[in-house]
Design a protein around this ligand. Structure first.
Ligand code: 13P
Length: 255
């Protein structure tokens, strides 16, 4: 990682786990364990947990994120939550285009782009997820796909707004499977993303963008992954639900 221009960001993605009361307990447990972090620490939690999480994280170095955001400002969109609603609730980050949203909820590259623009226009930091399936990897499409997804997600995003963008490279085959990409595969995937940003915005700008790796990152493999030049931290699923494990990943990214 180029520590001269990029700070690592370790973000937990709790997915559909933890009630508000459980969120409070877990954050209270995490606070002292991550207090000395030299990276940014974010927890992206279910919508219903946001007030409890914001309250529990108050006065600490933990920032709270959401797991999705709708692209319209308001209106007849049952079940959706707007960027302004998140902002007012104390949210600073939002995960967009996670592969679970793409696979189970019909998220497309176009809606990922619209959601990213809505988040950025509201002043939220967008953690945009990209990643190939095993089939796409085996067919040799990884580079093409990662570049395409990255450029689509960033359509109409300005150079200034890019400073509030984090891209998370999450190979679909590594999510929740216990199969982690090798450090070399993670570095290569993140490198494709950085090249796509360079093609769209210039190499200097691309050097400043935080690109995370996500997919079975845990306390045991985080050191090796975040040591790679293009891996600026991680987006952590399962291991972000256990305070000691998450703290070890934060420590790895703080070296
Ligand atoms: P796991 O860490 O559980 O594989 O999940 C990764 C992920 O999807 C983070 O967004």
């Amino acid at each position: 990682m180029n520590k001269a221009v990029r700070k690592a960001v370790i973000a937990g993605n709790w997915k559909m786990n933890k009630t508000p009361a459980e969120a409070k307990t877990l954050i209270e447990e995490m606070k002292p364990l991550v207090a000395d972090a030299k990276c940014d620490v974010v927890l992206c939690v279910p919508f219903i947990d946001i007030p409890a999480a914001v309250e529990a994280a108050k006065g600490s170095n933990i920032k709270i994120g959401a797991e999705n955001v709708h692209f319209k400002a308001s209106g007849a969109y049952t079940g959706e939550v707007s960027a302004d609603m998140l902002k007012e609730a104390g949210v600073e980050y939002v995960v967009i285009g996670h592969s679970e949203r793409r696979t189970y909820f019909g998220e497309t590259d176009q809606t990922v782009n619209l959601r990213s623009l809505a988040a950025l226009n509201a002043g939220l930091k967008a953690i945009i997820c990209v990643g190939e399936t095993l089939e796409q990897r085996e067919l040799g499409y990884t580079e093409t796909l990662l570049k395409f997804q990255t450029k689509m997600a960033l359509t109409n995003v300005t150079k200034e707004q890019l400073q509030n963008v984090i891209i998370a490279y999450e190979p679909v085959w590594a999510i929740g499977t216990g199969v982690t990409a090798t450090a070399e595969q993670a570095d290569e995937g993140n490198g494709y993303v950085r090249t796509a940003i360079a093609e769209a915005y210039g190499a200097d700008v691309a050097e400043t963008v935080t690109i995370q790796y996500g997919g079975s990152m845990n306390a045991g493999n985080a050191d090796e992954l975040v040591a790679k030049v293009n891996v600026d931290g991680g987006l952590i699923g399962g291991a972000s639900l256990k305070a000691p494990d998450f703290a070890k990943i934060v420590a790895a990214a703080s070296k």
